[in-house]
Design a protein around this ligand. Structure first.
Ligand code: HSE
Length: 310
């Protein structure tokens, strides 16, 4: 088999209090790719979506990730042809660049008889995040590759801990405004007050414990961010209203998805998640900002590779 089809899920980074260290994968939306192992050296990339993304390998997020993998594989006689159909809108805060990078390296590894470990693949895919946002963060890539909820205790060196979690519904609203990850990182304060750090540590530890113990109440009270959200939420119209009304409707909690502008809410029950979606729609209709919403669940599988032809 020298061609594979790849499905790479959207992801939610940070999970409110875990800036750069927590993330989860979603069952919807997912990017679609096709990757062929070729006897022609080099890497060729084609986009068949409407986003006008660069196709030059070093400037393409999937390209940067694949080039890192190819260099370490060390066989200059092979190459890859990659076709990308982006379903996850770039700049949505749903890990669009991570899905491209992660999908490409997982697909390539499949074609190379799983030569590399999952952790190696995260390391390669971080090169794509560097191209996208200027920083090698792994909190979208890791859940995209591993599925489920993941903790990145450290990126240098990589220390990844997949976390079990109870079933949850995820409601996402994507207001159609642009927030660049690089800008959303730039505006953050470089120093944190000790009293805020203490609150944040408590919440991160509580959230992780809540996931591991299937304790929805603990998850709910730990979904609080006193460091990043107060600054970034200013960039997202309707944010405070969405958060307050969705929690009143029974959502466990939520916040900015990655660096935004999407906002997500976790719910224990499907009907709550659907009510939350309606609340989000009402708020953005009232404000007059275009949006997309969806209700989905946690993807526990990560990037999926399907062999397509001999
Ligand atoms: N942790 C990163 C950030 C995720 O919040 O900047 C970006 O998608």
């Amino acid at each position: 088999m020298n061609t594979v089809k790849i499905l790479a899920p959207a992801t939610i980074a940070n999970l409110v209090c875990g800036f750069d260290i927590l993330g989860l994968a979603l069952n919807h939306p997912q990017d679609e790719m096709e990757l062929t192992l070729s006897k022609e050296p080099g890497l060729r990339i084609k986009h068949i979506d409407a986003y006008n993304l660069p196709e030059e390998p070093a400037k393409n997020v999937a390209g940067a990730a694949l080039l890192a993998l190819m260099e370490e594989y060390g066989d200059a006689s092979i190459g890859f042809d990659l076709t990308i159909n982006k379903i996850i809108k770039p700049g949505s805060g749903l890990g669009s660049s991570a899905a491209s990078s992660a999908g490409a390296v997982v697909g390539a590894n499949h074609l190379l008889n799983n030569h590399f470990t999952k952790q190696d693949l995260v390391r390669f895919a971080m090169n794509g995040e560097k191209v996208a946002s200027g920083v090698k963060h792994a909190d979208n890539i890791t859940p995209c590759i591993y599925g489920g909820v993941t903790l990145i205790r450290s990126i240098f060196p990589l220390d990844i801990i997949p976390l079990s979690a109870p079933p949850m519904y995820v409601t996402v609203v994507h207001p159609q405004i642009e927030v660049k990850t690089s800008d959303a990182r730039q505006i953050l304060r470089k120093e944190v007050q000790l009293k805020d750090a203490i609150k944040q540590w408590g919440n991160i530890a509580g959230l992780v414990a809540g996931f591991l113990q299937n304790d929805y109440e603990l998850i709910s009270r730990s979904l609080e961010d006193v460091i990043i959200e107060p600054i970034r939420s200013i960039l997202i119209p309707g944010f405070d209203e969405v958060k307050q009304q969705c929690k009143e409707a029974g959502a466990l909690g939520g916040g900015i998805s990655g660096s935004g502008p999407s906002v997500f809410m976790l719910s224990k029950e499907e009907h709550t998640a659907k009510n939350v979606e309606q609340i989000m729609k009402n708020i953005y209709d009232k404000i007059g900002v275009d949006y997309h919403t969806h209700v989905t669940t946690v993807n526990t599988e990560g990037v999926k590779v399907v062999s397509s032809e001999a």
